[in-house]
Design a protein around this ligand. Structure first.
Ligand SMILES: NC(=O)C1=CN([C@@H]2O[C@H](COP(=O)(O)OP(=O)(O)OC[C@H]3O[C@@H](n4cnc5c(N)ncnc54)[C@H](O)[C@@H]3O)[C@@H](O)[C@H]2O)C=CC1
Ligand SMILES: O=C(O)C(=O)Cc1ccc(O)cc1
Length: 275
């Protein structure tokens, strides 16, 4: 079976490294020339091709920002692809991708979201075991073809991933709270500290906690702009929920309600017991 990966960065590159033994050939597409060269040097794919060359491949993986996924799906719908080709997208939101997927290739698409990643991007960020033991959320599979769903699940099982099936609308709501809002908070922490503190004090006083809380603020702004834009409504609700908690903490401190503040933090302690 042959595979084409569109987007040779962290997610696409890691997929290429992990599935070398699964596919007889892996070709790659990337609109950035230096990423094409790096991908070949790093052995992420066997050769660089163009979209028009994908008519004979068995699996196409779209590992690019969300609006790019939607425009590539539109381009793919005009090609003479194999009838049973599997198209997988790794976008961090799912509803708009599914809604805007052209009808003639909808059954070929298995909309997936790997709950795996890092704050780094580009081909050099690719890691062979990125997907191992991680969750792959697959959305609205009733609209995908049986052959394509089986082909996708076989690949995810080869990667030793845990498959979870979910409705796309629900996925986007949960992802806003559990993944997207924490990124906004991390960027907010980074900006608040940069506005208040100088470099010397940041370097001197940054301990593990500050590094943990600000790690996500290293993430790629172009990718996250797309995610925040696509999930605007859910993201605004999640920011409101976070603001309510911050306000609660502020009120308790202002009014010196230390026992209530203690109980509020004790509730927060519960989170990591379920993870
Ligand atoms: N970074 C993460 O931790 C995770 C990202 N995702 C999703 O995976 C997708 C890819 O993310 P990353 O691999 O992290 O990004 P990345 O920035 O590391 O890689 C994207 C690659 O695609 C190329 N590219 C962008 N638009 C293109 C287009 N229209 N045509 C051809 N090449 C194009 C870029 O040059 C780059 O090499 C995004 O949709 C993201 O939301 C999903 C789960 C985790
Ligand atoms: O770096 C981390 O911890 C992440 O949370 C990475 C990540 C980014 C985007 C996703 O859609 C899923 C995972």
């Amino acid at each position: 079976m042959t595979c084409a990966i569109v987007g040779l960065g962290l997610m696409g590159g890691s997929f290429g490294l992990a599935t070398k033994k699964y596919f007889s050939k892996i070709v790659g597409i990337d609109h950035n020339k230096s990423h094409q060269e790096d991908a070949i040097k790093l052995g992420l794919v066997d050769e660089i091709v163009e979209l028009k060359d994908l008519e004979n491949v068995d699996v196409i993986v779209l590992a690019i920002p969300i609006r790019g996924i939607i425009s590539v799906l539109k381009e793919l719908s005009k090609l003479n692809l194999k009838d049973d080709v599997l198209i997988i997208d790794f976008g961090s939101t799912k509803e708009s991708i599914i809604k805007e997927c052209p009808k003639n290739i909808r059954r070929n698409l298995v909309a997936s979201h790997p709950m795996a990643g890092t704050e780094y991007s580009g081909p050099a960020a690719a890691i062979e075991d990125l997907y191992k033991n991680k969750v792959m959320v697959v959305c609205n599979i009733e609209e995908s073809g049986d052959i394509q769903v089986k082909r996708a699940f076989d690949i995810y099982n080869f990667l030793e991933m845990k498959i979870k099936i979910m409705d796309a609308k629900e996925h986007d709501r949960h992802a806003a709270f559990i993944s997207h809002m924490p990124h906004i908070v991390s960027f907010s922490i980074a900006n608040a500290v940069l506005n208040q503190e100088d470099k010397e004090h940041i370097v001197t006083l940054a301990a593990g906690g500050f590094r943990d809380m600000s790690r996500l603020a290293k993430s790629n702004p172009a990718m996250w702009r797309d995610i925040f834009k696509e999930n605007k409504k859910n993201l605004l609700d999640s920011i409101e929920a976070f603001k309510d908690e911050l306000k609660r903490a502020k009120d308790l401190i202002e009014n010196e309600k230390w026992d209530e503040l203690y109980e509020w933090m004790k509730k927060g302690n519960e989170l990591h017991k379920i993870m």
